[in-house]
Design a protein around this ligand. Structure first.
Ligand SMILES: [Zn+2]
Length: 712
């Protein structure tokens, strides 16, 4: 391939020729580097021997001359490439140049630069028959930002509304493959979300870990449910420390991304009397935070942070609870945080939360982490509630109330003017800002395994409160780079099927100059080649999501897709159903080609899942159409017939789900029934309509993540 992801800063095609090769022969005379680093990095090139010294190399072989430089200007031919001479130290460390022809010459300043050069070399090589070919190019390259991170899930609301899906179920080998992919795309930090029951052993508080968690899984062999005691893969076979070492060897730092007194282990489920106290029983989510005035809770949180730090992480990022409509109403919390809140920016519960959290950070969490590892970076996601536009003195007070070396992993996003972000840059300084609100993937991951990425994926985008998409994420990255921020962060709350979110963070953290309109096609071509790229992008752009909760029969409010379909949507649904048939064929063809290609085979599951999503989507269109017929019918017999049809389609949807995914049933350890798949709630509603004398009045909410939004 001649396209490289992320797109290099300068890329010159020297001629149209290519060099065929059967081996790479490294000449390390000018570099003091372990051969192992190079072998490890190029291990994914199956069938291409990598040797050190000319003896015994299969022919034709291409020599790779590796030169470590001490002076940037000489190394990178600054004038020729029009490079800035005053690059920051991190940019010089990561910079590299590579020239390919009959030989390859790599120049770099620091180890990270060589790793980046090898990532580029891997992508330049392509297979031709049994051999490889290299195009003739000259590249000089360095990144925009020091921190190019992605946030992915290791445990996400584990034990609160799920056991896990996607990367939450990965073991060591899947994580290693993911780290290799991140490294190849020059991502240099992975933040692993750990919300809910802890995904690691914690001997002092074993009840707070995701161990022997009872759940029913579909036993396909017997066509029946079977109860198992599930333990997180990192508890069944501890691998996190090994993964951290693996990542470090590839230039990647590993952070944990946890709640700030929010979903910290299963403690709030086991010790119900230590939860924060809501002002009334109207608020369903009373299990997310612990009362911050209870000394037992403070002791637990301090110990949990020490344990977390002992895992060997490079950093820990804290996120404030998304509950902003109340704060602990116990007598002590009202005295400690409520009265103070009234004197400043409005007497809001969110403000009481901020004050309590900052005190907890200063007095407990920060010292606990520092006591184990003084170098562990500490980040925070705070002040995220509406109104998002906040007065400068309010931001300054928050800044002055926290240790100055805490970095920010949140700054304003796509729902407010860019001037609000600029305010944060001025108050906190660009050197502290490592991320903005780029939660396109979080939005996608809330859809019960259905596909969302672009606004064009929605049936009626104009009827939704839509701020998030991959394009909105890119705008945030570009803004952060424009203001010289320390880093960017992309979310991968669901990765399989959604790899373009990874590609966008990789591209724009490294080089924000690529026009947004060109990005999807460029990135997909770089990885899959031009033909597959066009097919994948067609599926990505044209897939039309209709979530089961959009059926008018679903009584529960789903804040992420608010439009309930009605008779006016019938033409759109029919059109989407027809298009879906074509997209299914297309994604099936992509899957077949990917599975047959030894270099692309590792992406096959992404397309199998996309195919599955579209099959399900076809059933959901029919379910919605049947529901509309039910709503419109006047005759009771006809209504019942339509209702039975809806019931059968709901079962058909769920049969697909339970055959494909592990964790598909409601969870209720908090006392509130929750499931990210609307099947169960629809089944309850349909059952109540069919048999009103035996009503089930217990709703099954559509994800823990929506509970804080139900009052909007
Ligand atoms: Zn309290």
């Amino acid at each position: 391939m001649s396209k490289v992801l992320p797109c290099p800063r300068t890329f010159e095609r020297l001629d149209e020729g290519v060099t065929a090769l059967a081996a790479l022969v490294f000449d390390l005379a000018g570099a003091d580097l372990p051969e192992e680093l190079i072998e490890r990095k190029l291990a994914g090139l199956q069938g291409l021997p990598v040797v050190f010294g000319p003896e015994g190399a299969p022919q034709p072989a291409v020599s790779v001359i590796v030169r470590q430089e001490t002076a940037f200007v000489e190394a990178f031919d600054v004038e020729r490439f029009d490079l800035e001479e005053d690059l920051a130290a991190f940019q010089q460390d990561e910079a590299y140049s590579i020239v390919t022809g009959e030989n390859v010459t790599i120049r770099y300043m620091a180890k990270q630069g060589l790793l980046n050069a090898l990532s580029t070399l891997k992508q330049l090589l392509s297979r031709r028959g049994d051999a490889f070919v290299l195009p003739h190019v000259r590249i000089a390259d360095y990144p925009n930002t020091a921190v190019r991170s992605v946030s992915t899930t290791f445990a996400w609301y584990a034990g609160f509304s799920r056991a896990g899906f996607d990367s939450q179920l990965w073991g060591l080998s899947e994580w290693q493959a993911f780290i290799d992919t991140c490294s190849d795309f020059k991502v240099n930090q992975v933040n692993m979300c750990m919300y809910g029951y802890w995904p690691f052993r914690f001997d002092e508080f074993p009840e707070t870990t995701l161990s022997n968690y009872p759940m029913k899984v579909w036993n396909k062999e017997n066509r029946a449910w079977i109860e198992i005691a599930y333990s997180h893969p990192n508890i069944a076979h501890e691998f996190l420390s090994e993964l951290i070492r693996y990542a470090h060897a590839r230039g990647i730092r590993i952070f944990a991304y946890v709640g700030l007194n929010s979903y910290n282990g299963g403690y709030a489920n086991v010790h119900v009397d230590r939860r924060a106290v809501p002002p009334s029983d109207k608020y369903l989510n009373d299990f997310d935070s612990l009362c911050p005035s209870d000394e037992r809770n403070i002791a637990y949180l301090g110990q949990a942070m020490r344990r977390l730090t002992e895992l060997g992480l490079d950093g820990i990022i804290f996120e404030e609870s998304e509950e902003n409509y109340w704060h602990c109403n116990c007598e002590r919390c009202r005295q400690r945080y409520g009265s103070v809140a009234a004197e400043t920016f409005g007497p809001s519960p969110a403000d009481a939360k901020h004050r309590a959290n900052r005190e907890l950070m200063r007095t407990t969490l920060y010292p606990a982490i520092r006591s184990v590892n003084p170098d562990c970076e500490i980040g925070i996601r705070m002040l995220r509630e509406e109104p998002v536009e906040k007065p400068v003195p309010y931001l300054e007070a928050a800044r002055d109330d926290l240790p100055p070396d805490i970095t920010l992993y949140w700054a304003p996003g796509p729902y407010c003017p860019e001037s609000e972000f600029e305010k944060w840059v001025r108050v906190f300084g660009p050197e502290r800002i490592c991320a903005r609100d780029t939660e396109g993937s979080g939005f996608s991951a809330s859809m019960g395994r259905l596909f969302y990425m672009f606004p064009s994926n929605l049936l009626r985008p104009d009827k939704e409160h839509l701020h998030w998409s991959i394009e909105a994420d890119i705008d945030q990255y570009v803004g952060a780079v424009r203001h010289g921020c320390r880093g960017i962060n992309g979310y991968l709350f669901e990765y399989t099927g959604f790899f373009l979110y990874l590609f966008s963070a990789a591209q724009y953290g490294w080089n924000a100059a690529l026009p947004k309109a060109e990005f999807p096609s460029y990135a997909l071509s770089a990885v899959f080649g031009d033909v597959l790229a066009e097919a994948i992008l067609t599926v990505y752009r044209r897939a039309k999501i209709v979530h089961e909760s959009q059926s008018p029969i679903c009584e529960l409010f789903f804040p992420f897709l608010r439009h309930k379909v009605g008779s006016e949507d019938v033409p759109l649904l029919l059109e989407a159903r027809e298009e879906n048939g074509k997209l299914l064929q297309l994604v099936g063809a992509v899957r077949t080609l990917v599975e047959a290609d030894r270099d692309l085979r590792r992406w096959a599951l992404h397309f199998e899942k996309l195919q599955h999503m579209l099959v399900r989507q076809g059933v959901i269109y029919d379910l919605c159409l049947a529901t509309i017929r039910y709503v419109e019918a006047a005759d009771p017999v006809e209504r019942r017939r339509h209702l039975l049809e809806v019931e059968a389609l709901n079962e058909q949807d769920f049969a697909l789900v339970r055959d494909f995914y592990l964790d598909v049933n409601p969870h209720a350890q908090t006392g509130i029934k929750v499931c990210g798949l609307p099947y169960h709630e629809l089944k309850r509603t349909i059952g109540n309509l069919l048999d009103p004398e035996h009503c089930d009045d217990t709703p099954i909410y559509l994800g823990t993540e929506i509970l804080g939004f139900l009052w909007i």
